[in-house]
Design a protein around this ligand. Sequence first.
Ligand code: NAP
Length: 317
Amino acid sequence: MRERVRAAVIGASGYTGAETLRWLLGHPAVEVVGATARTHAGRPLAELWPQFYGSSLVLSAEPPEADVLFLCLPHGEAARLAPSLQAECIIDLSGDHRLPEPSHSEHYGFSRETEPWLYGLPELGPELLLGARRIANPGCFATALALALLPLAGKMSGRVAAVGVTGSTGSGATPTDTTHHPLRSENLRAYKVLRHQHVPEVERAIGDIKLDFVPFSGPFRRGILVTYTLPACPIRLWEAHFQHNPLVRVVPRPPELLHVLGSARADIGVIEGGDVTVVQCAIDNLCRGAATQAVANLNLRMGWPMHLGLDRVSAVP
Ligand SMILES: NC(=O)c1ccc[n+]([C@@H]2O[C@H](COP(=O)([O-])OP(=O)(O)OC[C@H]3O[C@@H](n4cnc5c(N)ncnc54)[C@H](OP(=O)(O)O)[C@@H]3O)[C@@H](O)[C@H]2O)c1
């Protein structure tokens, strides 16, 4: 087992890139050897993100030589860049390598000639990630939706309905109509109803289900909360499934965003109510939905504990 790797973040001026750097810089077995940006290339990291005060990293235009690269780029850009990269391991946080064709083209609007990469939801089989060279990190909504249903995989079939709400950082750093403060603050609206691009990821992960999903844009910055109403199922199924998982907690009450924000953990709440069971999952979209999931994938790829460097408690309150 290797003891250390040299890692770099591609797209560190964006939200997932900066969050990935935040965790890598505190990881005991990672040396951060570089970080790139496009329009912000040439700027010191700490000038663009004062949170990194004290760091001497300067954002470069070209990817540095590294053992592991984290691609934190817009959809389409990651697929365009990936073939030219030589790193031993690449972890793509975009949607470019998650789905097989023709599903990929249908949902992302461009075709990809290569096979999908290994789908990096650690809970689908940590052992599969050992030594992996190309890993597609799951989508943020897909992570919450799949984690909440995983204990029922193979035990249920047919249609399942879910709703979910996400914070504005889910849309990235470039301002748009859907992230502009006066339109987002104190507002709530559904979008991509029954058409969200993360749905096929969940259907593939769980198998034998058809997911009807209604996502909402929430008036807050970070966090995702998804909710299923299912036929009666006991909470012990979730407790047993996740009992040895350091990055998932099962609780018999509604989970809260405040309890997971800034942390790598997913909280799953299971509320039994006679004929039905409500299952909810709360995550930080930039952490468990992106950066810390990517770091957990690196950990498993290296044969390290899944939660190495990911033990931080969320902000209180
Ligand atoms: N935000 C989330 O919660 C979340 C969660 C899971 C997955 N993802 C996925 O992760 C990827 C990155 O998301 P993000 O929210 O971090 O995006 P973002 O904030 O918009 O950051 C995009 C990064 O890519 C760089 N870039 C390079 N080429 C670009 C181009 N042609 N157009 C625009 N930017 C370019 C940008 O550099 P400059 O700023 O220097 O121009 C920036 O560093 C996306 O594919 C997204 O779907 C996001």
